[in-house]
Design a protein around this ligand. Structure first.
Ligand code: PEP
Ligand code: MN
Length: 444
């Protein structure tokens, strides 16, 4: 196996890394990870890059969704299936509204590590290390559970592998047939409280499918889907250990997922995360918060995509419903002026988090929608392409975000709050969002 130790600049400062108590133990795990087979293939990452390139030209729409933090416990067949199903249902609706292909990307099969605002958490006078995701420690509030354990990185690998195996089976084994997805959407229209509002649209989609059938268009493309994996590239020991030289091109690829992004807290230009992203050939993303400057954005482009390769770079903006109209236009104008190829994606979740009176971290469905609408408006005004959305969601009926047609209230949050980290849209809220956005895309 090629030695990649000199590829990365290990001397650069790395933000948000766990304080591993036993570095030798960590090193032994890294050695094991380095020998593991890749989870994804470089050719698949290249195929995704081509699709992103099309989206950059306004010819495809990006849909990325999944948990804020995956957990080992929730990597069950039911949970994985429900998430895939939700994303496929959203994609069908969005594809109809946008009249363009939807690139389906799971925030899954690797999303196990979290950056935290504070290194420690205090409860009843007891201070313990913060929960940094199942990749690092356990959510339970005991000293034992919160101690970073490198063995968990191996479990991340194996859980990602099992998840991806099911994803591949579902998306190529008949489960993802567009007609079946449409039947699920019809069920949603029939059974959910908010469904009837979208009946007309569902009927139109049904007619389009019937038309295709009557014309003898029984294309393979509606029976299987390409579904890509993604997560935040956060734990550098894990990501570096899962980088391989592609035998076709002799170039380094991250093989922990097809697409990796660098978070808002780790995107320092001279930091180790941007160094990592600059060295792998996968398509990569960077989260862009409301305080990002034009200079930063320009420097990120120069570091991550100096050759202006199509499909390589995505900016995921998370500015907050009230901040986006103000903050986004200048950044887009700067990128346009450079002539840089970038896919703009809206993450309407992370700028809209607040604490409910009951203490639960939550988000209001209306704010989430408002940020997406703001994102569309900015792009409409500038004549640029609103390339897609990045959502924290689950396929289950949780009560983590307030609002939506089910009118989840602050008091309802305790009914079924299961997230290990940030609040997710539930199945109904996710579909409601897809229908709302789709309507807007149709009205363009
Ligand atoms: C996340 O995507 O869960 C996250 C932590 O986002 P950000 O880096 O944008 O804060
Ligand atoms: Mn999150």
């Amino acid at each position: 196996m090629a030695d990649l130790s000199s590829l990365f600049d290990n001397a650069r400062p790395a933000a948000q890394q766990p304080n591993w108590p036993d570095r030798e133990h960590l090193q032994r795990i890294v050695e094991q990870l380095r020998k593991m087979p890749p989870l994804v293939f470089a050719g698949e990452a290249d195929a995704l890059k081509e699709k992103i390139a099309a989206a950059q030209e306004g010819k495809a729409f990006w849909l990325q969704g999944g948990d804020c933090a995956e957990t080992f416990e929730a990597a069950t067949a039911d949970s994985i299936r429900n998430r895939i199903k939700t994303i496929l249902q959203m994609a069908a609706v969005l594809q109809y509204g946008a009249s363009m292909p939807v690139i389906k990307v799971g925030r899954m099969a690797g999303q196990f590590a979290k950056p935290r605002s504070n290194d420690s958490e205090i409860r009843d006078g007891v201070t313990l290390p913060a929960y940094r995701g199942d990749a690092v420690n356990d959510l339970a509030f005991t000293a034992e559970a919160r101690r970073p354990d490198p063995e968990r990185l191996l479990r991340v690998y194996h859980t990602s592998s099992a998840t991806l195996n099911l994803v591949r089976a579902f998306t190529h084994g008949g489960f993802a047939d567009l007609r079946k997805v449409h039947e699920w959407n019809k069920g949603f229209i029939r059974d959910s409280k908010i469904g009837p509002q979208y009946e007309a649209m569902a009927k139109e989609i049904g007619r389009a499918l019937d038309f295709m059938k009557s014309a003898g268009i029984e294309h393979e493309a509606i029976k299987t889907v390409d579904f890509y994996s993604s997560h935040e590239a956060l734990i550098l020991e894990y990501e570096r250990a899962l980088t391989r030289i592609d035998s076709r091109s002799d170039l380094p690829y991250a093989v922990s997922a097809h697409f990796l992004w660098i978070g808002e807290r780790t995107r320092q230009l001279d930091g180790a995360h941007i160094d990592f992203a600059s060295k792998v050939k996968n398509p990569v993303g960077v989260k862009i918060g409301p305080k990002a400057t034009g200079d930063e954005v320009e420097a990120l482009i120069n570091r991550l995509n100096p050759d202006n390769e199509p499909g390589r770079l995505t900016f995921i903006t998370r500015m907050g419903a009230s901040g986006i109209g103000e903050a986004l236009p200048a950044l887009i104008k700067r990128v346009e002026k450079m002539g840089a190829k970038v896919l703009w994606v809206s993450d309407p979740m992370h700028g809209n988090t607040y604490e409910a009176p009951s203490g639960f971290k939550t988000r209001n469905f209306d704010d989430v929608i408002k940020e997406v609408q703001g994102f569309f408006k900015v792009h409409r005004d500038l004549g640029t392409h609103p390339g897609g959305i990045h959502i924290e969601l689950t396929g289950d009926d949780v009560t983590e975000c307030v609002g939506g047609g089910e009118k989840i209230s602050h008091e309802d949050l305790s009914t079924k709050y299961e997230s290990a980290c940030d609040p997710r849209l539930n199945h109904t809220q996710s579909l409601e969002m897809a229908f709302l956005i789709s309507q807007q895309l149709t009205e363009r």
